[in-house]
Write a protein that binds this ligand. Structure first.
Ligand code: SAH
Length: 221
């Protein structure tokens, strides 16, 4: 699906440079992911006054003290999910909706949970305007997952967790993959966990810094 009309997009060459110098050059090789990052207009997911910086090599602030992740981290987490076209995905922390757009372009359907109503509404409006029709927006505590719609092929947490909650692992389908920043309040490890029968196989994708997920299986504030 390519719901965007990128003709006359003044950000096109910045986006091209972002993909070649920040994403491909650091080892991200999935052709579908590279293609999607090439067309999704990241500048529409950041506050207006920061649009010029939307394709820079770092995270940017959003409303309410939240952040849109660095493009490379978005790519690294997404590639680790090994998304297939008919996958059902759970995203915890909608934020700007940029990561949501990438997931929805690569998978069959996305359930995205956000704790802050105002952020969820802005993201929903934006993603609808871009033509996405396979995203379900939920407001609530995503650290509990979304058991009603489980199991998921993939779960991604875009804020940090003190540990990998059993509740989330239990909502993964057989061979399902969960990617989440896990560790301390300011520094975490990006973990990729795959459920194989009753076993969970974990991989460490490296150090990272995410805003906290506030909730029952997350941080208290
Ligand atoms: N993927 C987002 C990053 C958002 S930052 C993007 O690309 O913009 C993490 C988000 O998680 C914030 O919007 C924050 O409000 C939200 N959040 C924090 N605790 C949460 C919880 N328990 N459930 C759902 N969302 C939560």
């Amino acid at each position: 699906m390519n719901p965007h009309d990128v003709k006359d997009d003044p950000f096109r060459s910045l986006r091209h440079d972002m993909v070649s110098s920040q994403i491909r050059s650091r080892g991200i090789s999935s052709p579908r992911l590279l293609k999607v990052m090439q067309y999704i207009p990241r500048h529409l997911f950041v506050p207006c006054h920061l649009q010029k910086s939307a394709y820079d090599d770092h995270a940017l602030p959003l409303d309410k003290g939240q952040t849109i992740s660095q493009p490379y981290i978005v790519a690294l987490m997404t590639e680790a999910l090994c998304l297939q076209a008919d996958d059902k995905v759970l995203e915890i922390g909608t934020g700007s909706g940029y990561q949501t757009a990438i997931l929805a372009s690569l998978a069959g359907s996305v359930f995205t949970i956000e704790r802050l109503r105002s952020l969820s509404h802005i993201a929903e409006k934006n993603l609808q305007a871009l033509g996405y029709d396979n995203i379900h927006f939920v407001i609530g505590d995503g650290t509990l997952g979304l058991p009603d719609k489980a199991p998921y092929n993939c779960i991604i947490a875009t804020g940090s967790l003190p540990q990998l909650p059993e509740t989330l692992l239990a909502q993964l389908d057989e061979n399902g993959i969960l990617v989440a920043p896990v560790g301390g309040r300011s520094l975490q490890k990006l973990l990729c966990a795959k459920r194989i029968g009753t076993r969970v196989e974990k991989r460490d994708l490296g150090g990272c810094q995410f805003v906290p997920l506030i909730g029952q299986n997350g941080w208290s504030s």
